[in-house]
Design a protein around this ligand. Structure first.
Ligand code: DAH
Length: 343
């Protein structure tokens, strides 16, 4: 029996060495080591042997199996390296200038791109980035922002209520009071995040969208500081001079309050569905923090003043990239998102 093995070893190694193609080596592998291969067949005789013989034969057969496997693998490698060399030198139809197989890279969502950009601008001015829960307490979303129950301002912010009395936050403004309570004054923070409203959707309204809240509190902060920071923000984001207008706006948590509008970049101010045919996009409501709100945050309004703003991140991304319908952003349509992938 042992002789049979050493014979098989000699012929097998010879045959593998002589093989000239990978197909040939594969055929040999099956013939020798496959389920019905020569070595496998030999092992079937094991059951007829006595214990001593079986032990010795088993060991030899196993050693041969390992040896042949190794030689076969080596031969495969050698042949495939040869194949490449051959086709390169034969000048056949191997064209190294052909483009490779393309694979798709993922991309950041346009809102994320704009958010990161604004975070960069504000952290450069010494602001910290803070966070708040999307399922928010009624107190932070309304009361602490000077919007008591039955205040008509709640009508404009209808949302989804949870059974435990919380709600899906209608804006990022609740982060104002959370940040004041946590860090006190002086304070410079921004809070980007997802917001929700019970809206009928159209080109500029969605039930889910992103805002970025900002707040600066210190001694002697004034409207001049507010306007300076807002202008800096917009010119950095658009990398050019933008046309804006400031008009009075009412928000219970600021006094005075403003609406900062941006000349519509989709239509250039002529009027289109995105700007509701007005030529202007409401982008940056802002104002001086109401004394009641400072008090809710545990800050003395006699000592400190501050400004706050609530930037429509989703709208800003639409303006920056010329996206005319907000619904595209949550649609999951790859044709829209692929345009932002890194090539
Ligand atoms: N939270 C307001 C909204 O979603 C926007 C807003 C207005 C935020 C004025 C502010 C602000 O910080 O000062 O309608």
């Amino acid at each position: 029996m042992i002789e049979k093995i050493s014979k098989l070893r000699d012929t097998a190694i010879g045959r593998i060495k002589e093989a000239v193609s990978s197909t040939e080596v594969e055929e040999l592998r099956v013939k020798l080591l496959g389920k019905k291969g020569e070595l496998t067949e030999m092992l079937k005789d094991l059951k007829n042997m006595d214990i001593e013989e079986r032990k010795q034969f088993g060991q030899e057969a196993n050693a041969l199996k390992n040896e042949l496997t190794e030689i076969i693998e080596g031969k495969f490698k050698e042949l495939s390296a040869n194949d490449v060399k051959k086709s390169l030198s034969s000048g056949s139809n191997f064209d190294i200038s052909l483009p490779g197989t393309n694979f798709k890279l993922g991309s950041l969502h346009p809102v994320t791109i704009v958010q990161k950009e604004i975070e960069r601008i504000f952290t450069g001015m010494g602001f910290n980035i803070v966070d708040g829960p999307e399922a928010e307490e009624e107190f932070f979303n309304f009361e602490a922002l000077n919007i008591p129950k039955h205040h008509p301002a709640r009508d404009m912010q209808d949302t989804y209520w949870l059974e435990n009395g919380s709600l899906l936050r209608t804006h990022t403004s609740p982060c104002q009071v959370r940040a004041m309570q946590k860090y006190g004054a002086p304070l410079k923070v921004i809070a980007p995040g997802r917001c929700f409203r019970n809206e009928s959707t159209d080109a500029s309204h969605e039930n889910t969208f992103f805002q970025l809240e900002g707040m600066m509190i210190d001694k002697n902060v004034s409207i001049a500081n507010l306007i300076y920071v807002m202008k800096l923000l917009l010119s950095e984001v658009f990398q050019r001079d933008v046309k804006i207008r400031l008009r009075p706006g009412f928000f219970p948590f600021v006094e005075p309050g403003f609406e900062l509008d941006l000349n519509c970049m989709i239509c250039g101010g002529k009027g289109c569905p995105t700007c509701k045919h007005s030529g202007w996009i409401e982008l940056l409501p802002c104002g001086m923090v109401h004394p009641n709100v400072l008090r809710y945050g545990g800050i003395d309004p006699e000592e400190y003043t501050g400004f706050a703003f609530g930037l429509g991140l989703t709208r800003l991304a639409m303006m920056k990239y010329g996206i005319s319908d907000i619904r595209v952003l949550n649609s999951g349509d790859l044709r829209a998102m692929e345009q932002f992938s890194v090539r």
